[in-house]
Design a binder for this molecule. Structure first.
Ligand SMILES: [Zn+2]
Length: 207
């Protein structure tokens, strides 16, 4: 892409923006592209030139089918872009995801801990009628073994799934009046590919 690393003028992006739905977050100085279907991701791989120059200012949001089919190719073609999965939508609930270079929920010394231990939770939803509250944390275990309710495991930075869970806390509260549970869960995991820490908060109702 040559020695000029500055982003292209917005006019250069117009032909691709009509095809690929680029959103320019002007106030933040970055470009968000997508969410891409598998076909959209394939198209992007053929038309990368002006977008590659955006480097870390480019965020590519891709649907699960696009990641399954093209994640490795997208990472190779846009190595400096953020590659993000479309966050899941919970029925009767909310899901908030964030990604940072350091852990936000696990303690800073988490690497010195056993892989996965139980400790006292902060019990976000607990009162006298509460059902349960559990906090587990550690140096990390594969996600499939972490036994979280809302098992979402894609890295928020590179959309990889080689992640280790380092923190999970959940609590549940039953409402007799509505005959339903309110469920709260916070999860944090480390990406073994790019080293970033992704965490999310999920709240949902269930029978
Ligand atoms: Zn990652």
């Amino acid at each position: 892409m040559g020695s000029n690393s500055s982003p292209p003028a917005s006019s250069e992006l117009k032909p691709e923006s009509s095809l690929l739905n680029i959103e320019w977050r002007k106030e933040l100085g970055w470009f968000e592209l997508g969410p891409l279907s598998a076909a959209g991701a394939e198209l992007l791989l053929w038309r990368p030139e002006s977008l590659r120059a955006l480097g870390t200012q480019l965020c590519i949001v891709a649907e699960e089918a696009a990641l399954v089919a093209h994640r490795d190719a997208l990472r190779a073609r846009f190595p400096h872009a953020i590659l993000r999965a479309v966050a899941p939508v919970l029925d009767h609930g909310t899901f908030k995801l964030a990604c940072r270079p350091n852990p936000q929920r696990a303690p800073s010394n988490f690497r010195t801990l056993p892989p996965w231990t139980t400790s006292a939770g902060s019990a976000r939803l607990v009162n006298a009628n509460s059902d349960s509250s559990t906090r587990r944390l550690g140096s990390g275990i594969p996600f499939a073994q972490a036994q979280v309710w809302t098992a979402y495991s894609r890295c928020g930075q590179c959309a990889g799934q080689d992640t280790h869970c380092i923190f999970a806390e959940r609590s549940r509260l039953y409402s007799r009046r509505n005959s339903e549970y309110s469920n709260w869960e916070e999860v944090e995991y480390e990406c073994r590919t790019c080293g970033q820490f992704t965490s999310y908060e999920a709240f949902f109702l269930s029978d």
